[in-house]
Design a protein around this ligand. Structure first.
Ligand SMILES: Cc1cc2nc3c(=O)[nH]c(=O)nc-3n(C[C@H](O)[C@H](O)[C@H](O)COP(=O)(O)OP(=O)(O)OC[C@H]3O[C@@H](n4cnc5c(N)ncnc54)[C@H](O)[C@@H]3O)c2cc1C
Length: 413
């Protein structure tokens, strides 16, 4: 999750309107509510300690400046429809992106399709194709539990490093909105199910300074221009921000008064955040796919020409970041991210974001991610393809919450 993920699920916080780093006091004030006395939820403190780490996962966000690749090309006799490059938003946009890719496939009226890849994009694409009445086989090197997808954070972050404003242009903004709305609606069908594959958490954003204090563009000391002149993003301000477009369906955040704020940090706001519990949700998607007659073939492709050997006439290509090598797509830029996992803490079912790190209590563990601990904003991890765990980074992120909860609660009796 990028810095903008700080505001995920709370796009109506107003922090992004009127300029990426500008603040919007009027919007924030308008959202302010006073809780009915006695209704402020009492939070059980999280227990984040470095000696509780069970796993550290590293992932490369498949970022493309122009946004996800969804075009169609021919490889010999085969029609290949691409569906990859969703940056830090693949979980969030998966159903909407699948709907678009499958729409292109269905227009060709095939009886059966192949889907390459079984990450969240491949799996939702395969299910969407089945729902359109197609006979689907997934060809993949790895099943979902071993893909990069499950090394993510797993929150609703639909415009987290998904494109750069200028290269993507206004047309992608419309595409994004359609994807985001379709996905949001699709996820509603998975709420309230056994195991809570999809759930909501109260997410607290904490700050030592007022939310309406002017925020400056984060420093990127090495920056040398912009994407147009270098082929790499250089500044946070180049990253696209589309959240305002779906403000009408995303629960708004509320500023907490001193009496409502249980944290020993002066400023706090809270918003419901949609989350994806990887274990339960992944298992459900795979079961649904098999129950609908889907087949999975474990297979690795080495070049686009390998697609010619598949029996299906239409192929939807969902290899994620691996398209950089498989398809020679150099427009894919790695954006490294890391999450540390601690034992689940179901009694503390909420999320907190503070000092560039995020702690989120999910059914499959207490997840802690330092998404911007160096103050680089959206540039954090950009161009970094080091896909190995960095324990010191994990411990630093955990330390932020260890300190926070050592001073907890601030006001509760
Ligand atoms: C730290 C971090 C946090 C994130 N947090 C969030 C978040 O909170 N919310 C959100 O929406 N998104 C988040 N993301 C982004 C999200 O994880 C990605 O956009 C998404 O996982 C991409 O999924 P995918 O299916 O395209 O790719 P992958 O998960 O990489 O799947 C690719 C599939 O293709 C297969 N494949 C690859 N190459 C070949 C080959 N040569 N032959 C055969 N098969 C092949 C693989 O085996 C795999 O099955 C985060 C990412 C990171 C790194």
């Amino acid at each position: 999750m990028g810095r903008r993920g700080l505001f995920a699920g709370s796009l109506a916080l107003g922090a992004l309107a009127g300029g990426r780093w500008a603040s919007v006091p009027a919007a924030a004030a308008a959202l302010r509510r006073t809780a009915v006395p006695g209704t402020v939820p009492r939070l059980v403190p999280m227990r984040p300690h470095a000696d509780q780490i069970t796993d550290i996962k590293v992932c490369l966000r498949p970022f493309r400046a122009a946004g996800p690749r969804l075009d169609v090309e021919r490889v010999g006799e085969k029609v290949v429809i691409h569906n990859y490059g969703h940056g830090g938003s693949g979980w969030s946009l998966s159903w909407g992106s699948a709907e678009m890719a499958v729409g292109k496939a269905a227009a060709l009226s095939p009886r059966r399709v192949a889907v390459v890849g079984c990450g969240v994009i491949g799996l939702t694409t395969a299910l969407t194709a089945q729902r359109a009445g197609l006979d689907v086989t997934i060809y993949t090197r790895d099943l979902l539990p071993h893909t990069r997808s499950v090394r993510a954070n797993g929150s609703w972050t639909p415009d987290s490093r998904v494109a750069l404003t200028a290269p993507a242009g206004p047309q992608f903004a419309d595409t994004w909105e359609r994807m985001a709305r379709y996905s949001w609606k699709s996820y509603r069908d998975y709420l309230g199910l056994p195991g809570n594959p999809i759930d909501f958490r109260d997410s607290y954003v904490l700050s030592d300074t007022p939310f309406d204090a002017p925020e400056s563009e984060p420093e990127n000391p090495g920056h040398k221009g912009d994407y147009a002149s270098t082929g790499m993003p250089q500044q946070s301000s180049e990253f696209a921000s589309y959240g305002e477009r779906i403000r009408d369906i995303i629960p708004a955040a509320e500023l907490l008064s001193a009496q409502e704020n249980p944290f020993s940090v002066p400023y706090a706001r809270r918003a419901p955040l949609m989350i994806f519990n990887f274990g339960a949700y992944g298992h459900l998607l795979l079961s649904e796919f098999y129950q609908a007659g889907g087949r999975i073939v474990i297979r690795e492709f080495h070049t686009p020409a390998d697609m010619k050997t598949l029996p299906e006439p239409v192929i939807i290509n969902c290899p994620g970041y691996a398209a950089r090598d498989l398809w020679g797509d150099r427009s894919l830029i790695p954006v490294r991210g890391q999450t540390a996992w601690l034992p689940p803490q179901p009694d503390a079912a909420y999320g907190v974001r503070y000092k560039g790190a995020s702690a989120l209590s999910k059914s499959d563990g207490l997840m802690i991610q330092g998404f911007d601990m160096s103050g680089l904003g959206e540039m954090d991890g950009v161009g970094n393809s080091f896909e190995h765990a960095d324990r010191s980074e994990a411990e630093k992120a955990i330390g932020i919450f260890e300190n926070l909860f050592a001073r907890f609660p601030a006001v509760q009796g």
